[in-house]
Design a protein around this ligand. Structure first.
Ligand code: GDP
Length: 445
């Protein structure tokens, strides 16, 4: 599975992770190569585009720690985005088969691996889930197919519905339903007929069977080697029959893997299982995080970045707390708070975050502080020098005038800002004195 894609991406990221500081150009070039790699793996163009865009957006805003390189960070973002692209809701491989006898309808084109997969899944349900399973072939046009299921059934020790010559698919489905109820089966699986291509007669037949069986799961079995064709087939079946999931077969081959990546994004339906060979136990649940790991083959880097991110958050919080408790609340801190407030949508959230800040927050509110004012205040802080931001007491009257003018505001506005910073600083100091388990610690949570 995915060897080529994996190799291509590996090349891109090897180059990227070796570099120290990455420029935006480096990232953009790498992402262009990712896009080409995806397209070569037969991922559909809109999906590839959307994928790269999402990664670019996240890479631009990502906080980077010193312990990892920006390239490693990009690898992690690509990894997470792969999972997001592949994942559906619920547990991988979970089936709604809790009310016996639960019908599972197997649909797909001829040669996609439908009969083989029916038997593989029956074996899995029997062995892992301890279900009593009945299989029935509805492929009346191909007696060989009906016999094939019977042979497989004997091989895996799962019952098949006895073949009655001349019966039509709907009649067989009805008989399977009755037999499943009478025989105390937990699950009955209907292996419908396939065609070489989608035609109206096939669809009408499957619809009729569906209406009789009222299946809890309708699984489309489709050849993963056929790439985007597999995705189109899934779209067609879903529109006409309504599928609940997909089984991609022949993923043991040297397919390009694109079908797996596009399937969920294009059809909205999850891949539930993958077929990995002709043998009866060559069926695996489709687990997005494992697949993403296999595609990228960079598990070490992903783990490293995850660890670094956790450390970074803890370190940042601790450093801030130490400084605040000493009353060190400078303009950089204030700017961070103001930015946070904009991000969180204003005063309300700020109030909740910082007990004790209620009074000041009310003052700000009374003064009509909205996003615009917050942004103006950030502009004022940005106009200060690095030294002034760290120690606002340095600001002389002449500098105040220049800063206010430079950001299109009055000195009185700047004075208000300075007062706010002093008040915050005092407040932090007081909170710090209240001890380690005090309010500040709670506020930091
Ligand atoms: P159907 O016409 O859709 O019922 O297809 P079959 O179940 O008869 O399968 C067609 C061929 O594909 C058989 O030779 C199977 O052994 C083979 N096949 C099915 N699934 C897989 C798979 O996951 N990997 C490989 N390599 N072969 C498979």
């Amino acid at each position: 599975m995915f060897e080529n894609l994996s190799e291509r991406l590996g090349g891109v990221f090897d180059r990227l992770t070796k570099q120290g500081a990455l420029s935006e150009d480096d990232v953009r070039t790498a992402l262009r190569e990712v896009r080409v790699a995806l397209l070569e793996a037969d991922v559909s163009l809109p999906v590839a585009r959307q994928f790269v865009k999402a990664v670019e957006k996240k890479a631009t805003g990502a906080a980077v720690t010193r312990s990892i390189t920006p390239g490693q960070q990009v690898v992690k973002i690509v990894h997470d985005e792969l999972i997001a692209t592949l994942a559906g809701e619920g547990d991988p491989g979970s089936l709604r088969i809790d009310t016996p006898p639960a019908p599972i309808l197997m649909v797909g084109l001829q040669g996609g691996g439908k009969t083989t997969t029916t038997a593989k899944l029956a074996k899995r349900l029997k062995e892992r889930d301890k279900k009593k399973v009945l299989m029935a072939s509805l492929d009346v046009n191909r007696p060989a197919a009906m016999e094939q299921l019977e042979i497989l059934g004997r091989q895996i020790g799962v019952d098949t519905l006895p073949i009655v010559k001349g019966e039509d698919p709907v009649a067989i489905a009805k008989r399977a339903k009755t037999q499943a109820a009478l025989g105390g089966y937990d699950v009955y699986m209907l292996d419908t007929a396939g065609r070489l291509s989608i035609d109206d007669e096939l669809m009408a037949q499957v619809e009729a069977v569906r209406d009789v069986a009222n299946p809890r799961e309708t699984l489309l079995v489709v050849d993963g080697l056929t790439g985007q064709d597999a995705v189109h087939t899934a779209e067609n079946f879903d529109t006409r029959i309504g599928i609940t999931g997909v089984v991609l077969t022949r993923m043991d081959g040297d397919g390009r893997g694109g079908a797996a990546l596009s399937m969920r994004a294009v059809t909205g339906k999850p891949i539930k299982f993958v077929g990995l060979g002709e043998k009866m136990d060559a069926l695996e649940t489709f687990e997005p995080d494992r697949v993403a790991g296999r595609i990228l083959g960079m598990g070490d880097i992903v783990a490293l970045v995850e660890k670094a991110q956790q450390t970074l958050e803890v370190e940042q919080a601790e450093r801030m707390m130490r400084r605040f408790s000493k009353g060190q609340f400078n303009m950089n801190d204030l700017r961070m708070q103001l930015e946070q407030m904009i991000k969180m949508g204003g005063m309300g959230a700020m109030l909740q975050m910082m007990p004790g800040a209620a009074k000041m927050a009310k003052q700000m509110d009374d003064a009509g502080m909205d996003d615009k004012i917050l942004r103006q205040q950030i502009a004022l802080i940005n106009s200060m020098t690095k030294k002034e931001r760290a120690n606002p007491a340095l600001l002389q009257a002449s500098r105040k005038k220049r800063i206010a003018k430079g950001s299109g505001m009055d000195v009185s506005d700047l004075n208000k800002l300075l007062k706010m910073q002093r008040q915050m600083s005092d407040m932090m100091k007081k909170m710090g004195k209240m001890g380690k388990g005090g309010m500040l610690k709670q506020a930091m949570k």
